[in-house]
Design a protein around this ligand. Structure first.
Ligand SMILES: C[S@@+](CC[C@H](N)C(=O)[O-])C[C@H]1O[C@@H](n2cnc3c(N)ncnc32)[C@H](O)[C@@H]1O
Length: 328
């Protein structure tokens, strides 16, 4: 089961309810990471009779198919529209959708990003979880995408330097060099990386002992790094945030929940950059940039889960929510 993280906090900000309003205003609300639909259904519940339309994106076709079956009524009543695409195409996708009769004249009033993966995806034998040792090392959110390398192809083909880079930069793993070296050595000895267990064993042998004193599992960071590389997650977030900023109307909110420091840094820097009047170097006597302030940061510090939430949802422990409002 997937329990939506920071549900109340996210829905209040996504729905523009932070001033105490009871219902979201009439308009379009985009759920960039639909998943199991937890946040979307909560916003629809809050809307009651108010005419809001949610457009949900997910790169994972399994999530979209499941959503289409589970939320037939909402789809039939034109409250929910599901799109099997990456949020990195959010701007183009929304611009063409808004030409359709259903959306004409409606402003986009909020965009929510709940990054990463759902708990349900961990249970589908797709290589996201290191507890299922027999699962294939895939890790693609869109498992029919032949254009990208899956985890097994990355482990079997990348150079030592490239492996070290993704494990260090995306996984924030300080033993990245050791791990990359061990993968290359195993390959030279004829090992092929096919199943989760193949990578798990190498990690256990190489860094298992160093992790005994830490609270984090020795495989977590390497799996995270490889998953981010497989799905091009950094680039998708960059394009997704930019697209979301461009399509949301003045007064609408952008909300992002991230689960590790690399993601959170991207969101924080993006909001900071677009909330500045000028981005000239400090030593410039007069402003020479054409930068325009488009956002107002709502959350000076990120919102984190309460003790009560952590008791029922341990996945929330690393979640950080940031929000910003479009001002023009
Ligand atoms: C944490 S889950 C979202 C859970 C959802 N908020 C809920 O309450 O059920 C993240 C979802 O984002 C999807 N995802 C990851 N990268 C994506 C991308 N680039 N574009 C669209 N969806 C993406 C994943 O497939 C996953 O279903």
């Amino acid at each position: 089961m997937h329990i939506p993280v920071l549900l109340e906090e996210a829905v209040v900000l996504w729905g523009g309810l932070e001033g105490g309003e009871e219902r979201p205003q009439e308009g379009i609300y985009i759920d960039a990471t639909f998943g199991e639909g937890g946040h979307s259904m909560e916003l629809l519940k809050r809307a009651k009779e108010q005419k809001i339309k949610i457009i949900g994106f997910d790169l994972d076709k399994v999530r979209i198919k499941k959503g289409e079956e589970k939320y037939k009524e909402e789809i039939k009543n034109k409250k929910l529209y599901l799109i099997s695409q990456s949020f990195q195409n959010i701007q183009n996708a929304i611009e063409s959708l808004r030409k359709k009769e259903d959306f004409r004249g409606l402003p986009v009033l909020g965009v929510l990003f709940d990054l990463g993966f759902c708990s349900t995806q961990l249970e589908e034998g797709r290589g996201f979880s290191f507890s299922d040792k027999e699962a294939s090392l895939d890790m693609r959110f869109n498992s029919s995408d032949k254009e990208i390398l899956n985890a097994s192809e990355i482990l079997n083909s990348y150079s030592k330097e490239d492996l070290e880079k993704i494990i260090r930069e995306y996984g924030e793993e300080k033993f990245a060099r050791l791990i990359a070296g061990a993968v290359i050595k195993a390959r030279q000895e004829g090992e092929e990386f096919k199943k989760v267990g193949d990578l798990y064993q190498i990690l256990e042998k190489t860094v298992g002992r160093f992790y005994r004193k830490y609270h984090i599992h020795f495989a977590t960071r390497t799996f995270q790094g490889i998953r981010i590389a497989v799905n091009g997650e950094r680039e998708a977030i960059e394009k997704g945030l930019e697209g979301a900023k461009n399509i949301v109307s003045g007064g609408g909110n952008l909300v992002a929940i991230s689960f590790h420091s690399g993601e959170d840094r991207m969101v924080k820097q993006f909001f900071k950059l677009h909330s500045k009047e000028c981005i000239c170097p400090e030593n410039f006597p007069i402003c020479r940039c054409d930068h325009e302030r488009t956002l107002r940061i709502i959350t000076k510090k990120p919102i984190v889960a309460s003790k009560e939430e952590l008791l029922i949802n341990p996945r929330a422990r690393s979640a950080k929510l940031r929000a910003a409002q479009k001002i023009i």
